[in-house]
Design a protein around this ligand. Structure first.
Ligand code: AMP
Length: 113
């Protein structure tokens, strides 16, 4: 999508700090990290968010969850990490392109609301 921030990051129009890329997935460091390690994993296909996942495109979500442990291992997150996807304004989603936050590198608190 031409006006999507994360589509522009995938295309290289907007610079990013890439940590992983393959045919279907792109991962990069969050510009405003909430933990020592804060990485965003996104599908290259534009999907608006969790509500945009369907039976036809959900294979990319399975692939993302196969890639996440590889990234966590490469980042040395041996003590564990959190995966978060905010869906919609009440959850604080600010970029309407499906993304999964990987947060780690410290003892995380359980602030969920
Ligand atoms: P969310 O609030 O769940 O939609 O997450 C969007 C995330 O994108 C936030 O954590 C932002 O800090 C991050 N973000 C926004 N712009 C950029 C950018 N240009 N490069 C890297 N991360 C970004």
């Amino acid at each position: 999508m031409s006006d999507c921030l994360f589509c522009k990051i995938i295309s290289g129009e907007i610079p990013s700090n890439k940590v992983y890329e393959d045919e279907t997935v792109y991962a990069f460091r969050d510009i405003a990290p909430q933990a020592p390690t804060h990485i965003l994993v996104i599908p290259k296909e534009h999907i608006s968010g969790c509500n945009g996942v369907t039976v036809d495109n959900s294979a990319v979500v399975a692939h993302i969850f196969a890639v996440i442990p590889q990234i966590a291992q490469a980042e040395g997150l041996t003590g564990g990490y959190r995966v978060v996807s905010n869906c919609g304004p009440d959850a604080g989603q600010t970029v309407p392109h499906l993304h999964f936050h990987i947060l780690g590198g410290k003892q995380l608190t359980l602030e969920m609301a």
